[in-house]
Design a protein around this ligand. Sequence first.
Ligand SMILES: Nc1ncnc2c1ncn2[C@@H]1O[C@H](COP(=O)(O)OP(=O)(O)OP(=O)(O)O)[C@@H](O)[C@H]1O
Ligand SMILES: Nc1ccn([C@@H]2O[C@H](COP(=O)(O)O)[C@@H](O)[C@H]2O)c(=O)n1
Length: 338
Amino acid sequence: MTKACIEYFALSCPYDMIQFDDHSILDHGQASPDSEANGSSLSEKKVTVVFVLGECLVPVYSLTSVNNQSWFMGYFLAQLILCSMSKILTDNIVSKELVGELIVKFVLLFSLCGPGSGKGTQCTNIVEHFGYTHLSAGDLLRAEKESGSENGTMIQNMIKEGKIVPSEVTIKLLQRAMQANNNDKFLIDGFPRNEENRAAFESVTRIEPEFVLFFDCSEEVMERRLLGRNQGRADDNIDTIRKRFKVYMESTLPVIEYYNSKGKVRKIDAEKPVEEVFEAVKSVFTPLHEKVKHRSNAPWNISRYRDRWFLWRIKSRQVVYQCCCLGVATLPEISNQI
Ligand SMILES: Nc1ncnc2c1ncn2[C@@H]1O[C@H](COP(=O)(O)OP(=O)(O)OP(=O)(O)O)[C@@H](O)[C@H]1O
Ligand SMILES: Nc1ccn([C@@H]2O[C@H](COP(=O)(O)O)[C@@H](O)[C@H]2O)c(=O)n1
């Protein structure tokens, strides 16, 4: 299992080791004003390439170019991987520690708490303070319903009943939202709501969360907050609220227990005032934020290899490369652009 793209290896590989089956890469290099992509320097240069092992191994063959440099590096990587992989691996694996400085992590966090515990409120604060992209599974489902999608009626009924929408629908919405965003830090709120959500997400995306936020709050307080929310939500009525609590106890708590057994849950007392809850949230986020703040500012790109979509980015100067498989998907709107 690739843990949020953490399984990296670095390969140090001289360019002349690569058997290009097509000289266009050299032609492209000569045409490029960029010295790293210059054909004459190819044979002299040694590069370190960081990439993910496992299913994400062959990611960047059909890629959209954002600029010449990243096109070049993407093409180079594809060639590197397509030629004698086993030789490269056995001869050139550098220790994971060495990669530490180069790695840019793809950070994923889940916020999994009872309805009305204040996760939406705190996620807004986290976005402002730490620069995460907040994806609320509930918001995505509500927007999908409003968009007139063929799943609209089903989603509406499930929300009204406080039931959990089938994973394939929710995961597709999450994937799309992640693909449309260049950020490398995602905070996914209200997901996974049950074991099926969790298992399906991990199997499709191969991503595990860095940690899971758990806002601890009694039903009494959550109920009072939901009834006072006044946002016109179809599920903020006492009947649906009770159903949601039942679903939460039966389906969501086991997921929290699962992550707890893996040491990933960060429990926060959510009954305190908003500001105090956020102080506790900050103390959870700050160490992680410090750890990854040297990340690359290279943009994320999306490409497809065979039936899999990949999110990738390359920083050419230090040759930092990061890739994340977003799973098997048919996304015609994106495939048309590639
Ligand atoms: N710590 C807090 N103290 C008092 N009120 C709060 C606190 N946090 C949030 N609220 C209020 O409680 C209501 C519910 O909060 P919020 O929408 O953030 O909950 P949620 O967990 O995202 O709910 P849902 O799962 O239904 O989307 C809102 O009106 C919000 O202003
Ligand atoms: N993973 C999810 C998340 C939400 N839902 C449905 O949306 C409702 C509202 O969710 P909030 O996160 O905004 O509270 C929820 O009660 C579910 O009906 C879902 O199906 N799957």
